[in-house]
Design a protein around this ligand. Structure first.
Ligand code: ATP
Ligand code: MG
Length: 259
């Protein structure tokens, strides 16, 4: 088995005296979709934000392609490590249009200074077209879009960054049936192009149809990781609720196919 694109080990995080994460670990591989599931407050978004550079871990390791990256210090640092993120709660900028939102953090410039608006709009339109996303004109302010449309734009924005590691926190939470299927197709394509895709989702149906592996978090700890082909919903639900005990910390669940 190859080196994981993203590996977390023993990640801990306190918010003041609140322990949000106690021991989070998982391995996400290129060419795979890795789902992270768990109840509300289990620590999924906090985990994503640590990898994304929004929060700093108090303990533990984050490795990208087998190399310890120390702390991811900022969103720009995450990008430099090849990580693109769609957040659950850090929305787009409402007063900016679709094209501008999609380019945030990576604005095309003319002569190194002036915003190249035409290029920005052309690129945004191209990405949306490639992804078959129909949200009308790229000059539409994001504030005028529906929740579902915004979410699709947020996914498109991360796809545009074209990074080897993609983190998506609840990418389908606000979506209807058709949009959910569409995001599922986009995720399948990202996997086919070799990216390591990490999705946080409450939708076990979506997880079972699009993920290769699933890691369950409970009360800030990794309960275990399973291949979706080797696990049933009952077991996953049991892991989420605590009915199924956690794997022992020394169980090599993440590496069980290593020769
Ligand atoms: N900025 C913060 N300050 C203080 N506590 C926080 C902060 N962010 C998260 N927490 C706490 O950390 C714990 C984990 O929260 P987190 O948002 O990671 O859960 P989650 O698994 O993403 O839940 P959900 O499924 O509801 O999105 C919760 O107890 C939450 O209250
Ligand atoms: Mg969350």
């Amino acid at each position: 088995m190859s080196v994981p694109a993203l590996r977390l080990r023993g990640v801990r995080k306190y918010f003041g005296s609140v322990s949000a994460l106690e021991d989070v670990r998982f391995d996400a591989y290129g060419g795979e979709v890795h789902a992270i599931v768990g109840d509300n407050g289990a620590g999924k978004s906090t985990t994503i934000k640590i990898v994304a550079g929004i929060h700093r871990a108090d303990e533990g390791e984050v490795l990208v392609n087998g190399e310890e990256v120390g702390q991811v210090r900022s969103a720009a640092d995450a990008q430099a490590h090849g990580i693109a993120v769609v957040y659950q709660d850090l929305a787009l900028v409402e007063c900016l249009d679709i094209a501008h939102n999609m380019a945030l953090g990576n604005l095309p410039r003319k002569f190194g200074i002036v915003l190249d608006r035409r290029r920005m709009e052309r690129e945004a339109a191209q990405v949306l077209k490639d992804l078959k996303v129909r949200v009308g004109n790229v000059r539409t302010p994001v504030g005028l879009l529906s929740g579902g449309q915004r979410q699709v734009v947020a996914v498109a924005r991360a796809v545009r960054m074209n990074k080897p590691i993609m983190l998506l926190d609840e990418p389908t939470a606000a979506l209807g049936v058709q949009e959910t299927a569409h995001v599922g197709e986009i995720i399948d394509e990202l996997r086919a192009s070799g990216k390591a895709v990490v999705i946080v989702s409450h939708d076990l149906e979506f997880v079972f149809s699009h993920a290769d592996r699933v890691t369950v978090l409970r009360l800030g700890r990794t309960v275990g990781t399973r291949r979706v082909t080797e696990v049933g919903r009952e077991e996953i639900i049991g892991m989420i609720t605590g009915a199924v005990p956690p794997d022992r910390p020394d169980d090599p669940v993440h590496d069980y196919e290593v020769a």
